[in-house]
Design a protein around this ligand. Structure first.
Ligand SMILES: Cc1ncc(COP(=O)(O)O)c(C=O)c1O
Ligand SMILES: N[C@@H](CCOP(=O)(O)O)C(=O)O
Length: 461
């Protein structure tokens, strides 16, 4: 299996190289050259299998010879052993044709754990084989950072630096990043928004001297391994609802477009997905784009679903690559236009995108009202991101089963959840002292040189 860049001019890599490389050297994102497909019989045979067995079936065709089958099974088993639910990603029915896919039973209570726990295992295995050491730099609006710090804390071959927007993550998210004591993990509070943090990370990758000097690696959804691990739960959910014999639709609370893009890959692999519905909060660039064909940046507005406060949606580039028939030059040209504010998608590419992706947005008031309504009507306490999804899904319900991804646990966003519902979800017992633990955080300006200096000074050699 070979991996190519969305912008067409970076070296072609193996799975292991793509996983450890992060951003392609032409500024693009890596994707498999061909998407492997599974037959109806192979998908049907997933019924009754464990999450781990399905994970192996879905991901094995993508990893080439990076791991043997036995090693890969072992890494998968280790990745999900710490999850707090035997099903890993249980489905809960909330209406006759509407289900929630609970993706918050991992160690940091958000869907990011599904990929990050596995990536942690894969990095460790690959780096201990090669003897290399890497520096992971990531941007977060709250959940990627906590999941990454949890997955990599204490690992000998890795230093981790997480950039988060100061004052724009929930207190639980912040404390998950700032309270781990291991010397190889660092939380950096950046003066700016998530887009600033993500742009800084990409600038570091595009500074080849720095990149090579610190052996930079990425665990944002820049990293193909992140997206790949998220493909799995589309299969487990759809199969439990009757796939491949019955189509299923998904509504996905969306920010950086990684999670819903994983659904797109599942569909390309042969899973009968009808609609993939992009659900956005007030930062609705993706909804506007899917309505108009014009991707136009506006400023980021803080909301009660802070993890989705994003305007430059990294993985949309991957969707564009397929929409433009794998034409890297067309993607590179649109990304160049994005630097000056936005771009217009060609009619053909737009038709391709809207054939698969539907969209909707939820205002702050609609999000809060959905939290209250789901508690009253279904006894389910939703996190604000899931509530955005549930609100948008409502407008897309029909004869095909709809699965809304429940992307985080309500306990991560106690203020917003309590304001909407009057109650708070308790943190799990293992986190009960989170508010008492000392915090360790470095405030930094959104300045590339200053950040690079902090990182170089802190790397453990
Ligand atoms: C809780 C939660 N929901 C939804 C999203 C949006 O996911 P994506 O960025 O993959 O679109 C995020 C951030 O990634 C998140 O943390
Ligand atoms: N919402 C994310 C933003 C980063 O997204 P990623 O999937 O590219 O890591 C977060 O919680 O950090």
């Amino acid at each position: 299996m070979r991996y190519i860049s969305t912008r067409g001019t970076a070296p072609v890599l193996s799975f292991e190289q793509a996983m450890l490389t992060g951003l392609a050297r032409d500024g693009g994102l890596y994707l498999p050259e061909d998407i492997p497909t599974l037959t109806q019989a192979q998908i049907a045979a997933m019924a009754g299998k464990s999450y781990e067995e399905v994970a192996f079936d879905v991901m094995r065709p993508f990893i080439g010879d990076t791991f043997t089958d036995a090693q890969f099974r072992d890494l998968i088993a280790r990745a999900y052993a710490g999850f707090g639910h035997a099903a890993r990603a249980p489905l809960v029915q909330v209406d006759s044709n509407h289900y929630l896919l609970e993706l918050f039973h991992g160690p940091t209570l958000a869907f990011k754990d599904f990929a990050m726990q596995l990536i942690g295992q894969m990095f460790q295995a690959a780096l201990s084989r090669s003897g290399d050491r890497v520096t992971i730099v990531g941007a977060t609006s709250g959940d990627t950072g906590s999941a990454a710090i949890e997955a990599f804390r204490g690992l000998k071959a890795v230093d981790v630096f997480i950039l988060y927007p100061h004052g724009r993550v929930s207190e639980v998210q912040r404390r998950q990043m700032t309270t781990p004591v291991e010397a190889n993990v660092h939380a950096l509070a950046v003066t700016g928004d998530f887009d600033d943090c993500q742009a800084l990370v990409k600038d570091m990758f595009n500074d080849f001297a720095f990149r090579d000097d610190v052996r930079l690696a990425g665990v944002n959804s820049i990293n193909w391994g992140r997206v790949l691990a998220q493909v799995v739960y589309y299969f487990t959910a759809a199969v439990s609802l009757g796939a491949p014999h019955r189509p299923v639709s998904f509504t996905v609370p969306t920010g950086n477009f990684g999670d819903i893009f994983a659904g797109f890959i599942a569909k390309q692999m042969g899973l009968p997905i009808a609609d993939l519905v992009v659900a956005t909060n007030r930062n609705d660039i993706l909804h506007r784009t899917l309505q108009t064909g014009a991707y136009t940046k506006e400023g980021v507005t803080p909301t009660i679903s802070p993890s989705m406060d994003i305007q430059v949606s990294s993985n949309f580039e991957r969707a564009l690559f397929y929409a433009y028939g794998q034409d890297g030059a067309a993607v590179a040209s649109q990304m160049e236009d994005l630097k000056s504010g936005g771009f217009k998608i060609s009619q053909g590419a737009y038709d391709m995108l809207t054939a698969t992706f539907k969209s909707g947005r939820a205002s702050e008031q609609e999000t809060s009202a959905t939290i209250a309504a789901y508690l009253a009507q279904h006894g389910e306490l939703l996190c604000p991101h899931t509530a955005v999804g549930a609100h948008v899904a409502q407008a897309h319900l029909g004869s095909i089963p709809m699965v809304t991804l429940a992307t985080a646990h309500p306990a991560k966003f106690p203020d917003a959840v309590k304001a909407a519902s009057g109650i708070s979800a308790p943190l799990p017992a293992r986190m009960a002292d989170l508010y008492d633990r000392p915090e360790r955080v470095t405030p930094v300006a959104a300045d590339l040189a200053a950040l690079q200096a902090v990182i170089k000074e802190r790397i453990i050699t």
